[in-house]
Structure formats: C-alpha cells, structure tokens
Ligand binder design. Structure first.
Ligand code: NAP
Length: 254
C-alpha cells in the first residue's frame, strides 16, 4: 500500500451495534468503508439503520457503502466482494463481525436454530476470509479480525449453537493465521463479554443482572470498547500479532 492508496475496510454486519461502532471508529479521511447487513424480517428498518451508519462514517470524512448481502450464502458473499473490487480495487481490512443468537437449552434446541447460527457465525467468516485473503495475498498484506466471544472459550448454558460457532471461529482464526502468514495477512480475534447492543437487550433482566455481577470492572461493555480493540488490531501497532484472541470483557473472563 503506497501513501496515496485508499485504505479499504470491509465490515460484515455494519448496520447496527458493534459493527456500526467499528465502521465509525475505523472511519478516517483517505479510507473507504464497505459493510453489509441482512435482515429478511424488516428490510425497511435495516435500510434506515444502514443509512445511519453511512451518515456517521461520512461525518468523519470517510466514504461508506452499505450492501445488502447474507454472509451465509456463498453467491451473495462473492457478489459483495465483486462489488467492492469493482468499486475500490482492493481490500486491506476485513472484520468478520456479523452474528446472531438463537438461544435455548440443548435438550430442546431445534436443528434449524443450530444450522442458522453456525451458517452465519462460522460459515460466513469462512466464506469472507477465503475471498478477502486471496485479494490481500495478491497485495502482500492485510488484516482479518474475527468477532468471537468469551463464551467460545468458557462455554455457556443455553447457547450450544452460539458457543460452538464462536469456539469454531477461534479455531478458524488460528488456522487462517498460520495459512496466510506467509502472505503478510494477519488474522486475530476479539472476544467481547457482555456488551450493550440489540443482541443483549433481549436478555431477561435476571440474566443481565447475573452477568453484570460477574464483571470485575463493574459495568456492561459499550460498543466503543470493542471497536477500539478492533482499531488497534487493524493498525500498524499490531503488525507483529497474529493468531491471537483479545478478550474485551471487563475482566469477566481472565
Ligand atoms: P447486533 O446488534 O444484533 O448486530 C448484528 C449485525 O449483524 C447487524 O448489523 C446485522 O444486520 C448483521 N447480520 C446478522 N445476520 C447477518 C447475515 N446473515 N449477513 C450479514 N449481516 C448479518 O449484534 P452485536 O451485539 O453488535 O454483535 C456483533 C458481533 O459481536 C456478533 O458476532 C456477536 O456474536 C458478537 N458478540 C456480541 C456480544 C454482545 O454482548 N453484544 C458479545 C460477544 C460477541 P441485520 O440486522 O440487517 O441482520
């Protein structure tokens, strides 16, 4: 990358929550941010949410493009990156952030809930990494950051599908780090604890209180707490780190 090259950042699931905060934090003049989003339930609301991310990124003097694409569908991922390459011609940073939960005790968990979570949380990052790393390899460098979770390391009652997806993502991170190191592509993971977003807003108050009481720093995490660590991993300061998992949990996991 020369001094005048535009830095191209790709964030999956950038319309809300942690993904939007990552887009905002990585927004800088001379960069261009592409993000995707996908909610079949309420497309109108999602378009509005995506427009909010675009406006926030533009405020920082950075270009932003939001693209409707499901990370779990190979053809949509390919089309997403085709559009990025046609527009910007390179990819410098990929943040595999998109994720969902479909919680329930394992004894009663539906196969469809297992499949949906694994498809979005684990197959999605695999598909995006395959394409992005190929592009980055040709550029002789790049950064891939995967959004895991502390539960992927310690397990969690009622989240067999989600935990398996995040544990798998940590394994994928370490393998991709080894496979792409020779191309100067680093692959790291961030493992948040309890962060205030739409994903955790739906949890019962009793569960939230129990989680809060288990956080040594005494507060829930904010999306900016996670985005700051992603920004570090995407920066020159982290050039010599690969295959690592950074926990952002207020000490909930140590
Ligand atoms: P969120 O507020 O629910 O946002 C999820 C984002 O992912 C949305 O932009 C959503 O877009 C997108 N998305 C969902 N399915 C998608 C798909 N198939 N294709 C493309 N985009 C899709 O969640 P969050 O709390 O910010 O979580 C972000 C990441 O952090 C997730 O991987 C999550 O597992 C991880 N994490 C969160 C916490 C926490 O406490 N919040 C803790 C640990 C890890 P649409 O709305 O359009 O679908």
């Amino acid at each position: 990358m020369t001094e005048n090259t535009q830095r191209v950042v790709v964030v999956t699931g950038g319309s809300r929550g942690i993904g939007r905060a990552i887009c905002k934090t990585l927004a800088a003049p001379g960069s261009k941010i592409f993000f995707n989003y996908f909610s079949p339930a309420d497309r109108e609301a999602e378009e509005a949410a995506a427009a909010e991310t675009i406006a926030a990124v533009k405020q920082a003097g950075c270009e932003a493009v939001g693209i409707w694409a499901n990370v779990a569908v190979s053809e949509e991922v390919t089309a997403f990156f085709d559009q990025i390459m046609a527009d910007a011609g390179r990819v410098d940073v990929l943040v595999n952030n998109a994720g969902i939960t479909r919680d329930g005790m394992m004894a009663r968990m539906k196969e469809s809930d297992w499949d949906a979570v694994l498809a979005i949380n684990l197959k999605g990052p695999f598909l995006c990494t395959q394409i992005a790393a190929r592009i980055m390899g040709k550029q002789h460098g790049g950064r891939i950051i995967n959004m895991a979770s502390i539960v992927g390391v310690r397990g969690n009652i009622g989240q067999a599908n989600y935990v398996a997806s995040k544990a798998g993502l940590i394994g994928l991170t370490k393998t991709a780090a080894r496979e792409y190191a020779a191309r100067n592509v680093t692959v790291n993971a961030v493992a948040p604890g309890f962060i205030e977003t739409d994903m955790t807003a739906v949890l019962p108050e009793k569960v939230k209180a129990a989680m809060l009481s288990a956080i040594p720093l005494g507060r829930a995490g904010q999306v900016e707490d996670v985005a700051a660590v992603v920004a570090f991993l995407a920066s020159d300061a982290a050039a010599y780190m690969t295959g690592q998992v950074l926990h952002v949990s207020g000490g909930m996991f140590m």
